[in-house]
Unconditional design. Structure first.
Length: 275
Protein backbone atom coordinates (compact mmCIF):
# COMPACT_ATOMS: atom_id res chain seq x y z
CA UNK A 1 0.00 0.00 0.00
CA UNK A 2 1.38 3.42 -0.94
CA UNK A 3 2.06 6.12 1.63
CA UNK A 4 -0.71 8.80 1.53
CA UNK A 5 1.94 11.43 2.21
CA UNK A 6 3.94 10.27 -0.78
CA UNK A 7 0.82 10.46 -2.95
CA UNK A 8 0.39 14.11 -1.95
CA UNK A 9 3.86 15.05 -3.19
CA UNK A 10 3.96 16.48 -6.73
CA UNK A 11 5.48 14.69 -9.70
CA UNK A 12 7.49 17.82 -10.52
CA UNK A 13 8.15 21.05 -8.65
CA UNK A 14 9.90 24.26 -9.64
CA UNK A 15 11.22 26.38 -6.77
CA UNK A 16 11.77 30.00 -7.80
CA UNK A 17 14.09 31.63 -5.29
CA UNK A 18 16.18 29.84 -2.68
CA UNK A 19 16.92 32.45 -0.06
CA UNK A 20 16.41 31.77 3.63
CA UNK A 21 12.78 30.65 3.36
CA UNK A 22 13.03 29.01 -0.06
CA UNK A 23 16.12 27.15 1.08
CA UNK A 24 14.33 26.00 4.24
CA UNK A 25 11.48 24.66 2.13
CA UNK A 26 13.89 22.85 -0.17
CA UNK A 27 15.53 21.08 2.76
CA UNK A 28 12.13 20.26 4.21
CA UNK A 29 10.97 18.66 0.96
CA UNK A 30 14.07 16.50 0.75
CA UNK A 31 13.43 15.40 4.34
CA UNK A 32 9.83 14.58 3.40
CA UNK A 33 11.15 12.25 0.72
CA UNK A 34 10.51 14.32 -2.40
CA UNK A 35 12.83 12.76 -4.98
CA UNK A 36 15.55 15.20 -6.16
CA UNK A 37 14.85 14.33 -9.78
CA UNK A 38 11.39 15.83 -9.30
CA UNK A 39 12.90 19.17 -8.24
CA UNK A 40 13.96 22.13 -10.35
CA UNK A 41 15.56 25.23 -8.87
CA UNK A 42 15.59 28.70 -10.40
CA UNK A 43 18.03 30.81 -8.38
CA UNK A 44 20.55 33.01 -10.26
CA UNK A 45 22.74 33.52 -7.18
CA UNK A 46 22.44 30.50 -4.89
CA UNK A 47 24.26 30.67 -1.59
CA UNK A 48 27.22 28.29 -1.17
CA UNK A 49 25.02 26.13 1.07
CA UNK A 50 22.20 25.88 -1.49
CA UNK A 51 24.65 25.31 -4.34
CA UNK A 52 26.26 22.47 -2.38
CA UNK A 53 22.83 21.01 -1.52
CA UNK A 54 21.75 21.10 -5.17
CA UNK A 55 25.01 19.52 -6.27
CA UNK A 56 24.88 16.80 -3.62
CA UNK A 57 21.34 15.81 -4.60
CA UNK A 58 21.77 16.53 -8.31
CA UNK A 59 18.89 18.99 -8.32
CA UNK A 60 18.45 20.64 -11.70
CA UNK A 61 19.27 24.36 -11.83
CA UNK A 62 17.44 24.77 -15.13
CA UNK A 63 13.80 25.26 -16.03
CA UNK A 64 11.92 22.01 -16.66
CA UNK A 65 11.11 21.17 -20.25
CA UNK A 66 7.41 20.84 -19.44
CA UNK A 67 5.16 22.87 -17.17
CA UNK A 68 5.69 21.48 -13.64
CA UNK A 69 2.89 20.31 -11.37
CA UNK A 70 3.78 22.97 -8.80
CA UNK A 71 5.61 26.30 -9.00
CA UNK A 72 6.67 27.72 -5.62
CA UNK A 73 7.32 31.46 -5.66
CA UNK A 74 9.90 32.31 -2.99
CA UNK A 75 11.51 35.36 -4.59
CA UNK A 76 11.62 38.83 -3.08
CA UNK A 77 8.39 40.61 -4.10
CA UNK A 78 10.27 43.44 -5.80
CA UNK A 79 11.73 41.07 -8.39
CA UNK A 80 8.53 39.11 -9.02
CA UNK A 81 7.80 41.13 -12.15
CA UNK A 82 11.02 39.95 -13.78
CA UNK A 83 10.56 36.39 -12.53
CA UNK A 84 7.00 36.27 -13.87
CA UNK A 85 8.20 37.11 -17.37
CA UNK A 86 10.38 33.98 -17.31
CA UNK A 87 7.70 31.81 -15.69
CA UNK A 88 4.68 32.56 -17.86
CA UNK A 89 5.47 29.75 -20.27
CA UNK A 90 5.93 27.29 -17.37
CA UNK A 91 2.80 28.20 -15.40
CA UNK A 92 -0.03 26.57 -17.33
CA UNK A 93 -3.63 25.85 -16.35
CA UNK A 94 -2.62 22.52 -14.76
CA UNK A 95 0.10 24.08 -12.60
CA UNK A 96 -0.48 24.87 -8.94
CA UNK A 97 1.09 28.18 -7.94
CA UNK A 98 2.19 28.32 -4.30
CA UNK A 99 3.47 31.74 -3.27
CA UNK A 100 5.28 32.65 -0.06
CA UNK A 101 6.02 36.19 -1.27
CA UNK A 102 5.13 38.88 1.22
CA UNK A 103 2.73 41.53 0.01
CA UNK A 104 1.76 39.92 -3.30
CA UNK A 105 -1.94 39.11 -3.45
CA UNK A 106 -3.54 36.24 -5.33
CA UNK A 107 -4.97 38.78 -7.79
CA UNK A 108 -1.52 40.27 -8.34
CA UNK A 109 -0.04 36.84 -9.05
CA UNK A 110 -2.91 35.89 -11.37
CA UNK A 111 -2.46 39.11 -13.36
CA UNK A 112 1.21 38.32 -14.01
CA UNK A 113 0.75 34.60 -14.61
CA UNK A 114 -2.50 34.75 -16.62
CA UNK A 115 -2.56 31.08 -17.63
CA UNK A 116 -2.31 29.91 -14.04
CA UNK A 117 -5.57 28.68 -12.53
CA UNK A 118 -4.98 27.39 -9.00
CA UNK A 119 -3.12 29.80 -6.70
CA UNK A 120 -2.28 29.51 -3.01
CA UNK A 121 -0.81 32.32 -0.96
CA UNK A 122 1.11 31.36 2.16
CA UNK A 123 2.97 33.15 4.94
CA UNK A 124 5.56 31.02 6.78
CA UNK A 125 7.69 32.42 9.59
CA UNK A 126 11.37 32.35 10.53
CA UNK A 127 11.33 29.16 12.68
CA UNK A 128 10.58 27.33 9.42
CA UNK A 129 14.34 27.50 8.92
CA UNK A 130 14.68 24.83 11.64
CA UNK A 131 11.50 22.94 10.76
CA UNK A 132 9.47 24.54 13.58
CA UNK A 133 7.52 27.14 11.64
CA UNK A 134 3.86 27.95 11.38
CA UNK A 135 2.39 28.90 8.01
CA UNK A 136 -0.89 30.65 7.32
CA UNK A 137 -2.26 29.71 3.88
CA UNK A 138 -5.26 30.59 1.72
CA UNK A 139 -6.35 29.12 -1.61
CA UNK A 140 -8.36 30.64 -4.42
CA UNK A 141 -11.56 28.97 -5.59
CA UNK A 142 -9.77 27.13 -8.41
CA UNK A 143 -7.65 25.03 -6.04
CA UNK A 144 -8.88 21.43 -5.89
CA UNK A 145 -8.90 19.31 -2.76
CA UNK A 146 -5.95 17.30 -4.13
CA UNK A 147 -3.99 20.47 -4.86
CA UNK A 148 -4.68 21.79 -1.39
CA UNK A 149 -3.52 18.47 0.06
CA UNK A 150 -0.32 18.76 -1.98
CA UNK A 151 0.31 22.31 -0.75
CA UNK A 152 -0.37 21.26 2.83
CA UNK A 153 2.14 18.43 2.50
CA UNK A 154 4.79 20.75 1.04
CA UNK A 155 4.29 23.47 3.64
CA UNK A 156 4.27 20.94 6.48
CA UNK A 157 7.87 20.16 5.57
CA UNK A 158 8.88 23.22 7.63
CA UNK A 159 6.27 23.10 10.40
CA UNK A 160 2.56 23.42 11.03
CA UNK A 161 -0.01 24.81 8.59
CA UNK A 162 -3.08 26.90 9.39
CA UNK A 163 -5.59 27.26 6.55
CA UNK A 164 -7.57 30.48 6.28
CA UNK A 165 -11.00 31.04 4.76
CA UNK A 166 -10.30 34.60 3.62
CA UNK A 167 -7.21 36.15 2.02
CA UNK A 168 -7.95 39.30 4.00
CA UNK A 169 -6.71 37.45 7.10
CA UNK A 170 -3.19 37.10 5.70
CA UNK A 171 -2.22 40.56 6.99
CA UNK A 172 -3.24 39.50 10.50
CA UNK A 173 -1.24 36.27 10.13
CA UNK A 174 1.75 38.36 9.06
CA UNK A 175 1.35 40.55 12.14
CA UNK A 176 0.96 37.65 14.59
CA UNK A 177 3.12 34.74 13.43
CA UNK A 178 5.12 36.26 10.58
CA UNK A 179 6.52 39.09 12.72
CA UNK A 180 5.92 37.25 15.99
CA UNK A 181 9.37 35.67 16.38
CA UNK A 182 10.83 39.19 16.60
CA UNK A 183 8.48 39.95 19.49
CA UNK A 184 9.71 36.86 21.33
CA UNK A 185 13.35 37.77 20.68
CA UNK A 186 12.62 41.24 22.04
CA UNK A 187 11.10 39.65 25.14
CA UNK A 188 14.33 37.71 25.73
CA UNK A 189 16.32 40.89 25.14
CA UNK A 190 14.23 42.95 27.55
CA UNK A 191 14.19 40.20 30.18
CA UNK A 192 17.99 40.11 30.10
CA UNK A 193 18.17 43.89 30.43
CA UNK A 194 15.75 43.75 33.37
CA UNK A 195 17.99 41.13 34.97
CA UNK A 196 20.97 43.42 34.62
CA UNK A 197 18.98 46.25 36.20
CA UNK A 198 18.16 43.87 39.08
CA UNK A 199 21.87 43.34 39.70
CA UNK A 200 22.80 40.27 37.63
CA UNK A 201 26.01 40.18 35.55
CA UNK A 202 25.18 40.82 31.89
CA UNK A 203 26.29 37.38 30.66
CA UNK A 204 24.36 35.60 33.41
CA UNK A 205 21.22 37.65 32.72
CA UNK A 206 21.48 36.87 28.99
CA UNK A 207 21.84 33.12 29.60
CA UNK A 208 18.95 33.07 32.08
CA UNK A 209 16.65 34.99 29.75
CA UNK A 210 17.49 32.87 26.71
CA UNK A 211 17.08 29.57 28.55
CA UNK A 212 13.80 30.75 30.09
CA UNK A 213 12.30 31.63 26.71
CA UNK A 214 13.59 28.37 25.20
CA UNK A 215 12.21 26.27 28.04
CA UNK A 216 8.85 28.03 28.19
CA UNK A 217 8.45 27.61 24.43
CA UNK A 218 9.29 23.91 24.64
CA UNK A 219 6.84 23.44 27.52
CA UNK A 220 4.12 25.24 25.56
CA UNK A 221 4.81 22.99 22.56
CA UNK A 222 4.65 19.82 24.66
CA UNK A 223 1.51 20.84 26.57
CA UNK A 224 -0.96 20.94 23.69
CA UNK A 225 -3.85 20.01 25.98
CA UNK A 226 -3.31 23.17 28.01
CA UNK A 227 -3.82 26.76 26.93
CA UNK A 228 -1.13 29.38 27.42
CA UNK A 229 -3.34 30.92 30.10
CA UNK A 230 -3.55 27.59 31.95
CA UNK A 231 0.23 27.23 31.91
CA UNK A 232 0.62 30.79 33.16
CA UNK A 233 -1.79 30.08 36.03
CA UNK A 234 0.07 26.86 36.88
CA UNK A 235 3.31 28.74 37.50
CA UNK A 236 1.66 31.57 39.45
CA UNK A 237 1.26 31.10 43.19
CA UNK A 238 -1.22 33.49 44.83
CA UNK A 239 0.67 36.27 46.55
CA UNK A 240 4.01 35.04 45.21
CA UNK A 241 6.77 36.60 43.14
CA UNK A 242 5.27 35.70 39.75
CA UNK A 243 1.92 37.15 40.79
CA UNK A 244 3.64 40.40 41.74
CA UNK A 245 5.27 40.65 38.32
CA UNK A 246 2.09 39.68 36.46
CA UNK A 247 0.15 42.38 38.28
CA UNK A 248 2.34 44.85 36.40
CA UNK A 249 2.35 43.05 33.04
CA UNK A 250 -1.40 42.40 33.08
CA UNK A 251 -2.46 45.88 34.16
CA UNK A 252 -4.89 47.68 31.79
CA UNK A 253 -2.01 49.54 30.16
CA UNK A 254 0.35 46.55 30.35
CA UNK A 255 1.70 43.92 27.99
CA UNK A 256 -1.67 42.89 26.57
CA UNK A 257 -2.52 46.37 25.30
CA UNK A 258 1.04 46.91 24.09
CA UNK A 259 1.00 43.72 22.01
CA UNK A 260 -2.47 44.46 20.65
CA UNK A 261 -1.25 47.87 19.50
CA UNK A 262 1.93 46.39 18.03
CA UNK A 263 0.06 43.68 16.09
CA UNK A 264 -2.39 46.26 14.74
CA UNK A 265 0.54 48.40 13.54
CA UNK A 266 2.12 45.39 11.81
CA UNK A 267 -1.21 44.40 10.24
CA UNK A 268 -1.73 47.94 8.96
CA UNK A 269 1.74 48.02 7.45
CA UNK A 270 1.22 44.62 5.80
CA UNK A 271 -1.90 46.01 4.16
CA UNK A 272 0.01 49.04 2.91
CA UNK A 273 2.72 46.85 1.41
CA UNK A 274 0.09 44.70 -0.32
CA UNK A 275 -1.03 47.93 -1.91
Amino acid sequence: MSDPGEEALPASLLLVGAGRMGGALLKGWLNLGLAPERLFLLEPQPSPEIAALAAAHRISLALPAQAPDVVVLAVKPQIFEDAAAVLRAKAGPQTLILSIMAGKTIANIAARLPQARAIIRAMPNLPASIGCGITGAVANSEVSSNERRTADRLLSGVGKVEWLADEGLIDAVTAVSGSGPAYVFLLAECLAEAGIAAGLPADTAARLARATVEGAGALLAQSSALTAAALREAVTSPGGTTAAALAVLMAPQGLGLLLETAVEAAKRRAGELSG
